[in-house]
Design a binder for this molecule. Structure first.
Ligand code: SAH
Length: 489
């Protein structure tokens, strides 16, 4: 006869399991788990360990409780270490008690291993404390899922502490209506935290009278926890003062350069550059008759790198570029270009595409110019060249896409927004606009003039612009920046 361990798997983050549970999993013979148990934990099971899933999955019913009880009893009789792994804590709405009764009846030894319950941990992960001095002296964990459709939620309205509803998302309209009819104020803060601890965690906050509608409009999904009470409007999450828009590579370099202060950074928007198929064709086309051109001009270091990669891929004869003159928008691009072709013949005095256009218009007489740039960006440069009657061809080589890594409302809470490129500025402002976030009063810093130009176009002035255009220089400047209060709500 073995032992059946009723084990709490914690609220969803695999690291929030207890040490005791962790050790047990590593020597388990059989693990019976439900859907809320993090999958990463199961990978810790030893080879040969049997894994049985008994939880609900979309469109599927969970195994009947009697069936689970039977698996546990038989498992205990057959194996040494049997783990019943349950989300959160086994005794918080987990039907752990019923499993205990079945094991007792069959005379199977068992042990209880508590876990971190989602009732406290999921609100906490959204910055919501279930108790707070002078705000809430108690908290009440209530099931929102009950066979009794007529359950009267108004009885909970009289409780003074924080109300925490589990399994309540689909009953939210009835829950809030019940609390309101029980006398709770319409303005009582409420929050729904969906898919806590996952990358898809979302928080929806609203007064009690509006929470059901807002949660529905924002498509909050189960599993979710509903919090009602004054604590629900608190947000005690740490907010890094420097919110960065840039590529993964840039963010990693900046973090490294910040050293011990890396915790002051958060990655707000990831910028991903990709070569456009059409742009690649345009480039190949132009390079196949490169002798037509007198100049090749780049408006970003990325364009140089991509060009180099494509040329390499095609086995392009780089000696065909000998004798050409090269232009760069600024020192960062010039540096990259110099290492590729050995010389740069034109960099404008100010590092903007307009200035580049002016400089070309002045210095290039009659020779054809090949301009390699991104798909977005300012078009003014071409108007300048047109006015000067310059002969040019453009390759729109790549595009930059922005992926917001936090909730849109977080943009407005950043203390200092850090931009690594003009495309970053464009993508972030587009996201802010969609989220209705006002950017007028915010603080900005950026790398290079082309980036600063994108801000100025919006009538905004960066606090500083770094030269050289490196993450290391940005880190040095950030460290010297004076910060105000941590959160600006
Ligand atoms: N024994 C578990 C609760 C089981 S009831 C515990 O102690 O945490 C299942 C309910 O828990 C879900 O309907 C949801 O309300 C809540 N829940 C569990 N994990 C959650 C998570 N990661 N995010 C949001 N809600 C969660």
């Amino acid at each position: 006869m073995g032992t059946v361990y009723l084990v709490g798997a914690g609220p969803g983050d695999p690291e929030l399991i207890t040490l005791k549970a962790w050790k047990l999993i590593q020597k388990a013979d059989l693990i019976v788990y439900d859907s809320l148990a993090p999958a990463e934990l199961l990978r810790e099971a030893p080879e040969g360990c049997e894994l049985v899933h008994v939880g609900k999955r979309a469109g599927q019913h969970s195994a009947a409780q009697e069936e689970i009880n039977r698996i546990l009893v038989e498992g205990g009789q057959k194996y040494g270490t049997v783990i019943r792994l349950k989300g959160g804590d086994p005794f918080v709405f987990g039907r752990g008690g019923e499993e205990v009764l079945a094991l007792q009846a069959a005379g199977v030894p068992y042990e209880l291993v508590p876990g971190v319950t989602s009732a406290v941990a999921v609100p906490e992960n959204a910055g919501i404390p279930v108790t707070h001095r002078k705000m809430a002296r108690s908290f009440h964990v209530i099931t929102g899922h009950t066979a009794d459709e007529d359950l009267d939620y108004s009885t909970y309205a009289a409780l003074e502490g924080t109300l925490v509803f589990l399994m309540g998302l689909s009953a939210l309209p009835r829950i809030s209506a019940g609390l309101l009819s029980g006398g709770m104020a319409a303005a009582t803060p409420a929050a729904v935290v969906s898919r806590g601890f996952s990358t898809r965690q979302r928080v929806c906050r609203a007064p009690l009278s509006e929470i059901a509608e807002k949660s529905k409009a924002e498509h909050m999904e189960a599993p979710a926890i509903i919090v009602v009470g004054s604590c629900a409007e608190l947000d005690f999450r740490y907010r890094a003062p420097f919110c960065v828009t840039g590529s993964d590579t840039f963010f990693a370099r900046l973090k490294r350069a910040m050293g011990g202060d890396a915790g002051m950074l958060s990655h707000l928007m990831r910028i991903r550059l990709s070569v456009r198929d059409e742009g690649k064709d345009q480039l190949r086309q132009a390079f196949s008759r490169i002798e037509e051109f007198g100049w090749v001009v780049f408006t970003s270091a990325n364009a140089v790198t991509m060009c180099e990669e494509i040329a390499k891929e095609d086995g392009y004869d780089m000696s065909r570029l000998n004798g050409l003159k090269f232009g760069a928008i600024g020192p960062g691009t010039a540096e990259r270009l110099e290492s590729l072709v050995g010389h740069v013949d034109l960099v404008p005095e100010t590092y903007t595409s307009d200035a580049l256009g002016e400089a070309l218009a002045k210095n290039v007489s009659g020779e054809k110019i090949l301009i390699i740039r991104s798909n977005s960006g300012r078009q003014e440069m071409f108007a300048i060249l047109d006015r000067a009657g310059a002969d040019y061809e453009k390759v729109r080589l790549y595009e930059a896409e922005g992926e917001l890594l936090t909730a849109p409302a977080e943009i407005g809470r950043a203390e200092v927004l850090v931009f690594a490129s003009a495309s970053g500025v464009e993508n972030l402002f587009r996201a802010a606009e969609q989220a209705g976030v006002e950017m007028g009063d915010m603080r900005f810093v950026c790398i290079g003039d082309a980036t600063a130009e994108a801000l100025r176009k919006r009538g905004l002035e960066p606090e500083f612009v770094t030269y050289p255009h490196t993450a290391e220089e940005m880190a040095r400047r950030l460290k010297g920046l004076k910060l105000g209060k941590q959160t600006s709500e």
